[in-house]
Design a protein around this ligand. Structure first.
Ligand code: ADP
Length: 305
């Protein structure tokens, strides 16, 4: 079983306990999902497609990937470039983020369509997000769409987290239009209701589900913080309750880790509801800790039946 995530991993500077000192890490939405999947599903080959530079931090990022059981075979190296960076500010417990990513190597991840075709041809399940699309120029986006169309024609599955980030797009309209185009080419769509409500005006999570069902998406899983997850597969609908965590420390990567649970079940051909439960267990662990990548007890990824 081969999983390929496509997107941008960034260097992260997070405040340490010492005021004014920061700890270097690596994270990014699709990368986080790959990282959780590699932790909880040892039988799945996990690979990441991105582009990095040829400097020392790009090399450190690749080493981090490999140490995390994520293959860097499909990581392209762009001479003279480097990776994106973000810094987390803490102000009375509130986190805010500053980004330096406008010229990152990852923006060129789809420039080489031959490498792209080789990578997607090497996977059973391909995963990308709205952020993956947002960082690409329109020509690269078309190359990516072509590669995905080709992959689906060969029976590969495409999963898409809409991850709406208006700041990364020229206009909100460009964002919502492109998201719907990408969703229509996906087998599984994993939106988060809060963002969808804000940018598509959905009344409730069922309205989000309906909007993606109407364009023909086969599997839809709508996350909604501590509210029930609603889903549809092959025209059948259902919902899974979430055990609310009252002592939430940091919701960073809640959705990313949740997705890893769902995607593991898709690769294993397990029931979608089992995958959603796995996703909820993972996310419930993640929101109790500070940071994006929280080591997981492997049993958290297993269905307890
Ligand atoms: P995103 O991180 O993409 O915005 P959500 O906030 O909707 O996504 O959360 C994703 C998943 O994380 C939810 O479906 C749920 O399983 C879990 N989660 C988020 N907040 C809580 C919470 N307060 N209690 C328990 N689980 C939560």
């Amino acid at each position: 079983m081969r999983f390929l995530a496509i997107g941008e991993c960034m260097a992260e500077l997070a405040p340490s306990d010492q005021i004014g000192e920061f700890k270097l890490g690596f994270a990014g939405d699709t990368f986080n999902t790959a990282w959780y999947l590699a932790q909880v599903a040892s039988e799945i080959d996990v690979s990441y497609l991105t582009a990095v530079g040829d400097d020392a931090i790009s090399q450190d990022m690749r080493t981090f990937m490999k140490d995390s059981r994520i293959s860097d075979t499909h990581v392209q190296v762009i001479a003279g470039k480097t990776v994106g960076l973000y810094l987390i500010h803490l102000n009375n417990g509130e986190r805010s983020f500053s980004y330096w990513r406008n010229d990152s190597a990852a923006r060129q991840l789809a420039v080489d369509e031959i490498a792209l075709g080789r990578a997607v041809g090497d996977a059973d399940l391909i995963y990308l997000s709205g952020i993956t699309l947002a960082i690409l120029d329109p020509q690269s986006r078309e190359k990516l769409f072509d590669a995905l169309r080709h992959a689906r024609a060969y029976g590969m599955t495409v999963a898409f987290d809409t991850n709406l980030r208006p700041r990364l797009w020229s206009t909100p309209q460009e964002m919502t239009d492109t998201i719907m185009i990408a969703a229509a080419q996906s087998d599984l769509v994993l939106p988060s209701y809060d963002d969808e409500a804000e940018w598509f005006g959905d009344r409730d999570s069922i309205a989000t589900l309906n909007r993606y069902a109407e364009i023909g998406v086969d599997q839809i899983v709508v996350k909604n913080s501590a509210q029930p997850v609603v889903f549809q597969k092959d025209g059948q609908r259902g919902e899974v309750d979430v055990d609310p965590v009252t002592s939430v420390v940091d919701t960073t990567a809640a959705g990313d880790s949740f997705n890893a649970g769902v995607l593991a079940s898709v690769l294993r051909h397990d029931d979608l509801t089992d995958g959603i439960r796995q996703g909820c267990r993972l996310a419930s662990h993640v929101v109790r800790h500070k940071g994006a990548l929280i080591p997981v007890d492997v049993n958290l990824g297993e269905d307890e039946g």
